[in-house]
Design a protein around this ligand. Structure first.
Ligand code: HEC
Ligand code: HEC
Ligand code: HEC
Ligand code: HEC
Ligand code: HEC
Ligand code: HEC
Length: 431
């Protein structure tokens, strides 16, 4: 009789341990990525694509980079996320597929997009998926079979998880079957009154599945994991968002459009933001600069009249577009969009002139914006991440010659990052 009990206890513990493992593997699995296909995701992806990728990629033809229509049929999502976020890092890690892509397309450099979240990238991929793939077979990468791709890691990880899941489910099915059979025999014995008291109590007390779920191991593991997930969501979605004004796009007093001026008419950023290469501030242009053109262009427009009012200009001869300055000015009250707190120091010339970074890296595709919005989070983490990942543009800069020499002696193959020249020191960014 005691045998039955022992068998039973053993079964119960095994079953609950398996259930915990099952729960664990399901929760790990739910973190791996699938490409969404709903309209909202496609629309969001289209917008991000326009801002970040359009300058080099189209869906159905080659621009600077290859066509991206149907690219999800060529690679799996987790590899694409890694590639799109930081192709340099992926190549540096020795990923054979990444190196093959780089070499196939003439070793052209693609930007890194460390500010895009997994969700952003999945949305972009949803957008590339939404249209029929142009010709997915074309340009397919042959990966050297002698050089297994690390890309296989993530897909084989998923396969392994899948297999574990199936095996666990089978084991549970068998266990439940065994339990039922054992139970039946015991019940039968009970009817025949062959059981002693302890066994009878045991059957009546502890044989339901509910008991398993009430098992302390199961509750412990499940509770721990759920707490982790909730904490993770609170920290990333709520706490990290405090004080971050990414996406801020206030109404401006004049409907000035960068899309028209910097995009359509191709006016250089520096023509208006005169300080950006030589000083800390990029500065906002005074109406004098606008007047270089708008003394003549669109003088009838109510928006342009606002410029005239600001600088105190009245048109005296409508036919010939001649006017005069009255001296009565009303400064335009542009609403400031990007604004670091006073405790932080940021210098444009260091980043634009010395480091050679494009405005778009930090401000997004301004040339496509009718209304400027804050593209980057502008958090300390954002600054630091970039300083960890970006190589110092040291070529042809005598100032860096010695540093570069010392750096190369110490770590031969790692390029010199901003981190290595002190870009993570508190006092560099804090007064
Ligand atoms: C500065 C130009 C540039 C920008 C901007 C750019 N790419 Fe690329 N991309 C390239 C080049 C060039 C390649 C070819 C690989 C190489 O030479 O590194 C490439 C390759 C790719 C590939 C692999 C395609 C294949 O068929 O093998 C994907 C996927 C990709 N880019 C996605 C994106 C996404 C998504 C964005 C926007 C978030 C983006 N790229 C922005 C230039 C760019
Ligand atoms: C014809 C003049 C002109 C040109 C050219 C121009 N801008 Fe501007 N920019 C302005 C004006 C005026 C504002 C303020 C109104 C606004 O925010 O739209 C501004 C605002 C901005 C802001 C937001 C400033 C803030 O308040 O934080 C950024 C960033 C910016 N411009 C970047 C660029 C970049 C990058 C380019 C080149 C691709 C460019 N601008 C070209 C006139 C210009
Ligand atoms: C280098 C010449 C140039 C400069 C400098 C310039 N603009 Fe313009 N702007 C244009 C052109 C060209 C158009 C498009 C006119 C059209 O649509 O026919 C335009 C259009 C506009 C419009 C839209 C007018 C409408 O009703 O369609 C506004 C508003 C405007 N500019 C504001 C400004 C402001 C503010 C500045 C100064 C910060 C400025 N522009 C500087 C050339 C310039
Ligand atoms: C490395 C990132 C980075 C790059 C590259 C960059 N900016 Fe900025 N930009 C910023 C930050 C950060 C601010 C906010 C500065 C502050 O509040 O002190 C800013 C602010 C601005 C402003 C608002 C006025 C000001 O100076 O605070 C303008 C205009 C602007 N940037 C234009 C440009 C233009 C034009 C370029 C390219 C020539 C450019 N930026 C390149 C990060 C960058
Ligand atoms: C897109 C990448 C990028 C971002 C974002 C960025 N930086 Fe930088 N930063 C650089 C690079 C590259 C250099 C190296 C420039 C050089 O060669 O001197 C640099 C240099 C600096 C330096 C000088 C470091 C030194 O040791 O001389 C300071 C200070 C600085 N950045 C502050 C900031 C702050 C503050 C922010 C955020 C508001 C920021 N940076 C965001 C790329 C970035
Ligand atoms: C590359 C530039 C950079 C470096 C290096 C840096 N910071 Fe920051 N830090 C910033 C920026 C930009 C902000 C403001 C961002 C924000 O408000 O989210 C900030 C914000 C902070 C704040 C928050 C202040 C507040 O009011 O919330 C603290 C505290 C801080 N930094 C401490 C440090 C310490 C300590 C170090 C050195 C270990 C350091 N920082 C190094 C750029 C930097």
């Amino acid at each position: 009789m005691i045998h039955n009990q022992i068998k039973f206890r053993g079964l119960k513990t095994t079953l609950s341990t398996f259930l915990s493992i099952l729960f664990l593997s399901i929760s790990i699995h739910s973190f791996s990525q699938t490409i969404p296909s709903d309209e909202a995701a496609v629309a969001a992806g289209k917008k991000l694509f326009g801002l970040n990728c359009k300058s080099c990629h189209a869906l159905n033809k080659k621009l600077i980079g290859p066509a991206l229509g149907g690219v999800t049929a060529k690679y799996d999502a987790s590899w694409l996320i890694k590639w799109i976020r930081n192709n340099e890092e992926l190549r540096a890690s020795g990923d054979a597929q990444a190196i093959a892509v780089y070499e196939q397309f003439g070793k052209q450099q693609m930007n890194v997009f460390t500010s895009l979240s997994d969700e952003d990238i999945l949305n972009i991929l949803a957008y590339t998926n939404a249209k029929e793939p142009s010709d997915p077979a074309k340009g397919k990468i042959e990966v050297d079979p002698k050089n297994p791709t690390s890309n296989a890691d993530s897909s084989s990880f998923n396969i392994i998880l899948g297999v574990i899941l199936v095996v666990l489910l089978l084991v549970i099915a068998v266990l439940i079957l065994l339990t039922t059979v054992l139970l039946k025999t015991l019940r039968k014995k009970e009817e025949d009154e062959e059981l002693d008291e302890i066994d009878t109590e045991f059957i009546n007390n502890k044989t339901s599945l509910l008991d398993l779920i009430k098992n302390p191991i199961f509750i412990g593991v499940g509770g721990f994991l759920s707490t982790l997930v909730v904490l993770y969501l609170i920290i990333t979605k709520v706490l990290y968002g405090v004080g971050v004004s990414q996406g801020y796009a206030p109404e401006q007093p004049i409907a000035f459009s960068h899309k028209i001026h910097a995009g359509q008419y191709g006016i250089d950023c520096q023509y208006c933001h005169t300080g950006v290469r030589k000083s800390k501030n990029a500065n906002i242009p005074s109406p004098n600069i606008c007047m270089n053109c708008h003394a003549q262009i669109k003088t009838d427009s109510p928006e342009i009249k606002k410029i005239h009012k600001a600088i105190g200009y009245v048109i005296t001869d409508k036919e010939n577009n001649i006017g005069e300055y009255t001296g009565e000015t009303h400064p335009i009250e542009w609403v400031r969009i990007h604004n670091l707190p006073d405790l932080a120091y940021f210098n444009h010339s260091q980043h634009v002139q010395v480091a050679g970074l494009a405005c778009e890296t930090c401000h997004g595709e301004i040339k496509e914006m009718d209304k400027v919005y804050q593209y980057a989070p502008l958090t300390m983490g954002w600054c630091i991440n970039c300083h960890r990942e970006t190589n110092v543009n040291a070529k042809g800069n005598e100032y860096y010659d010695k540093l570069l020499h010392i750096h190369e002696e110490k770590n031969a193959d790692e390029p010199m990052k901003v981190e290595d020249i002190g870009g993570l020191e508190c006092a560099k960014c804090h007064y």
